[in-house]
Design a protein around this ligand. Sequence first.
Ligand code: SF4
Ligand code: SF4
Length: 126
Amino acid sequence: MLQLKFDPKAVKKPIISLATIETSTLLNIIRASVGPREGELVVEVEDGKAERVADILRSYGVDVHSMEEAVEKDEERCVHCGLCISICPVEAIGFSKERKVVIDTSRCIHCGSCVTVCPTKALKLP
Ligand code: SF4
Ligand code: SF4
């Protein structure tokens, strides 16, 4: 999983298509926020290709970071309302036997949906 941040120059280039063609790698866009002046994407890359894809993207002026860590929960802020459970597209969040909200970080795809809906700002992506 790679996080890509880019400036107005890179926004004008078809960076995902270029990286796909130049590395013969399919990129799966997990999260996207792109405007005329800046952009941020999270893309899933097939095993063993992330470094090559990152190098190509950096050559187009993209700021690239590897995202190995999943969403994090601040236990002191969480009120276990369950709102994040319903929004998670991969069922990475659920209730424990004790009715506490728990996250299976191995399933998290970094979409950011739970971070957006949490009323107490208990969740964050690294
Ligand atoms: S939405 Fe926030 S407060 Fe509610 S259960 Fe999820 S992490 Fe906790
Ligand atoms: S970031 Fe997305 S995939 Fe990960 S736990 Fe939150 S809603 Fe689920």
